[in-house]
Design a protein around this ligand. Structure first.
Ligand code: NDP
Length: 444
C-alpha cells in the first residue's frame, strides 16, 4: 500500500466522527501524491504525514456566562494548535452553533498550508465555540468573550499562538477578548489580530480577505488571457469576506450581482449596492430582506440559489460545503469561467472535480482567501515594531502577496505536470515549506 493510502486509512480510523476533517485531509493528501511518491521512503521513515495530520495539541473547555435574565449558560470552547514548524500558531476563532472539534480541526489543518503560502512566518491553528452571537445583547457577547478568554489566555501569546476573527468573531468580539487577555495576563502585546485601530489593529485588515480574493481573481484571469473588468460576478455570503469582495470587484470594473445570508439571497441585476449592504449587515445586523426593501432593483429569495444566476465568475464567500455538484453543473451550463473560494472549503469535493473537469479555473480557499491571514501577520509585524503602516502600504503588500501566491501555486502545479490544477499547486507549494522545516527540526 502506498504511504499516502496508509496514512489516509489511519486518519480515517482515528477520526471517524469528524467528516470535515477527513474531507480536508483527503483532499490535501490526494493532491500531494506526486510529491510524497517522489520521497516515499524518507517521509515514511520520518512519519512526516502522521505528524502533519495529528495536531500538536488541542484544548476543549467549558465557557460559562450569565445571560440578561440572570441565567447561567454553558458553551464549549476549542483551540487546536496544529503545527508551528514555520512560526507561531495563527488562525481565527469561529463562533457559530455548528462548531465542533472536527470543524475546528479541518480549519486548523487547512490553515497550515494557507499560512505557509503567504510566505510569512506563521504556523497553523484554529479555535472557536458553539456560542451564537446572533440575537445576543452586547453585554451577553461581552460576558461570553470574557469567560472564553479567561481560559484561552493560558494557551496563547504573541510568540506562541495568535488567534484572529472568523465567522461570528468580528471587531466587537476581538475587542472584548483583547481587554480580558490584558486584564488577566497584565501584558500589552499583539496576542490577537483584527484589533480596532485605536489599540494596535492594522489598516486594511477588515478589507483584506475580500480585497485579496479579488487581487487573486484579477491575476488568475490576466494570466489566462482574460480580464476582470466587465465580468458579471456571483458572490455568496454577506459577511466580512463577501462585502469587501463585492467592493473591490466594483473598483476593478466588474459587476457583482448576488449576495446571501443563512436565510436567503439577493439578485440585484443593477449590481449590489455595497454601502446599503454594509448598513444592513454591519450596522443593523439585519436580514437581507431589509436590503431588498430598500432597493427596488433587487429580488429577494428564501433559501439557497446564488449559483443559479448567470455569471462569468463565482466567488463563494459564506461557509464550508455551500457549493454542491448541482450548483457546479449550473455554473458550467451558464458559462462561468472561474471560481475562486473566499470562504474555507465552500466547494464540495465532487463540485470541485466537476468544475476542474469542465475547464473552469478553480482557486481553492487556502490560496484565494489567504489575504486575511497575511494581513494579520502584517498586523503582528506592526505590533512588534510598535508602528502603524498606512492603508496604501498595507494594501500594496497585500496585493504583492496575492500575486506571488498565484505564481507560486501555478509554478508548483506545472513542476508536477499538473498545469492549471491550482488545488494541487496550492497544496504542494504550502506543503513543501512546512515539510522542509519539520524535517530540519528533527522528531518533535
Ligand atoms: P461572517 O460571519 O462575517 O459572514 C459569514 C456569512 O456567511 C454571513 O452572511 C452568514 O449569514 C453566512 N453564513 C454563515 N454560515 C452559513 C450557513 N451555514 N449557511 C449559509 N450562510 C451562512 O464571516 P466571514 O465573512 O469572516 O467568513 C466567511 C468565510 O470566509 C468563512 O468560511 C471563513 O472561515 C472564511 N474566511 C474568513 C476570513 C476573514 O478574514 N474574515 C479569512 C479567511 C477565510 P448570516 O448573515 O445570516 O449570519
Amino acid at each position: 500500500m502506498s504511504y499516502v493510502d496508509e496514512v489516509l486509512e489511519r486518519v480515517k480510523t482515528k477520526n471517524a466522527s469528524e467528516p470535515e476533517f477527513l474531507q480536508a485531509v483527503d483532499e490535501v493528501l490526494e493532491s500531494l501524491r506526486p510529491v510524497i511518491e517522489a520521497n516515499e521512503e524518507k517521509y515514511r521513515k520520518e512519519a512526516l504525514l502522521e505528524r502533519l495530520t495529528e495536531p500538536d495539541r488541542q484544548f476543549k473547555f467549558r465557557v460559562p456566562w450569565v445571560d440578561d435574565n440572570g441565567q447561567v449558560q454553558v458553551n464549549t470552547g476549542y483551540r487546536v494548535q496544529f503545527n508551528n514548524a514555520i512560526g507561531p500558531y495563527k488562525g481565527g476563532l469561529r463562533l457559530h452553533p455548528s462548531v465542533n472539534i472536527g470543524i475546528i480541526k479541518f480549519l486548523g489543518f487547512e490553515q497550515i498550508f494557507k499560512n505557509s503560502l503567504t510566505g510569512l512566518p506563521i504556523g497553523g491553528g484554529k479555535g472557536g465555540s458553539d456560542f451564537d452571537p446572533k440575537g445576543k445583547s452586547d453585554r451577553e457577547v461581552m460576558a461570553f468573550c470574557q469567560s472564553f478568554m479567561t481560559e484561552l489566555c493560558k494557551y496563547i501569546g504573541a510568540d506562541v499562538d495568535v488567534p484572529a476573527g472568523d465567522i461570528g468573531t468580528g471587531a466587537r468580539e476581538i475587542g472584548y477578548m483583547f481587554g480580558q487577555y490584558k486584564k488577566i495576563r497584565g501584558t500589552y502585546e499583539g496576542v490577537l489580530t483584527g484589533k480596532g485601530l485605536s489599540y494596535g489593529g492594522s489598516l486594511a485588515r477588515t478589507e483584506a480577505t475580500g480585497y485579496g480574493l479579488l487581487y487573486m481573481t484579477e491575476e488568475l484571469l490576466k494570466c489566462n488571457n482574460s480580464n476582470i473588468a466587465g465580468k458579471t460576478i456571483a458572490v455568496s455570503g454577506a459577511g466580512n469576506v463577501a462585502i469587501y469582495a463585492i467592493q473591490k470587484a466594483q473598483q476593478l470594473g466588474a459587476k457583482p450581482v448576488t449576495c446571501s445570508d443563512s436565510t436567503g439571497w439577493i439578485y440585484d441585476p443593477e449590481g449590489i449596492d455595497v454601502e446599503l449592504l454594509k448598513e444592513v449587515k454591519e450596522v443593523k445586523r439585519a436580514r437581507l430582506t431589509e436590503y431588498a426593501a430598500a432597493r427596488p432593483s433587487a429580488e429577494y429569495h428564501e433559501g439557497r440559489g446564488v449559483w443559479s444566476v448567470k455569471c462569468d465568475v463565482a466567488l463563494p464567500c459564506a461557509t464550508q460545503n455551500e457549493l454542491h455538484l448541482e450548483d457546479a453543473k449550473q455554473l458550467v451550463a451558464n458559462g462561468c469561467i472561474a471560481v475562486c473560494e473566499g470562504a474555507n472549503m465552500p466547494t464540495t469535493e465532487e463540485a470541485t472535480k466537476y468544475l476542474q473537469d469542465n475547464k473552469v479555473l478553480f482557486v481553492p480557499g487556502k490560496a484565494a482567501n489567504a489575504g486575511g491571514v497575511a494581513t494579520s501577520a502584517l498586523e503582528m509585524s506592526q505590533n512588534s515594531e510598535r508602528l502603524s503602516w498606512s492603508f496604501e502600504e498595507v494594501d500594496a503588500k497585500l496585493k504583492d502577496i496575492m500575486v506571488n501566491i498565484y505564481h507560486n501555486i501555478d509554478d508548483a502545479a506545472k513542476r508536477y505536470g499538473q498545469e492549471g490544477n491550482y488545488v494541487a499547486g496550492a497544496n504542494i507549494a504550502g506543503f513543501e515549506k512546512v515539510a522542509d522545516a519539520m524535517l530540519a527540526q528533527g522528531v518533535c
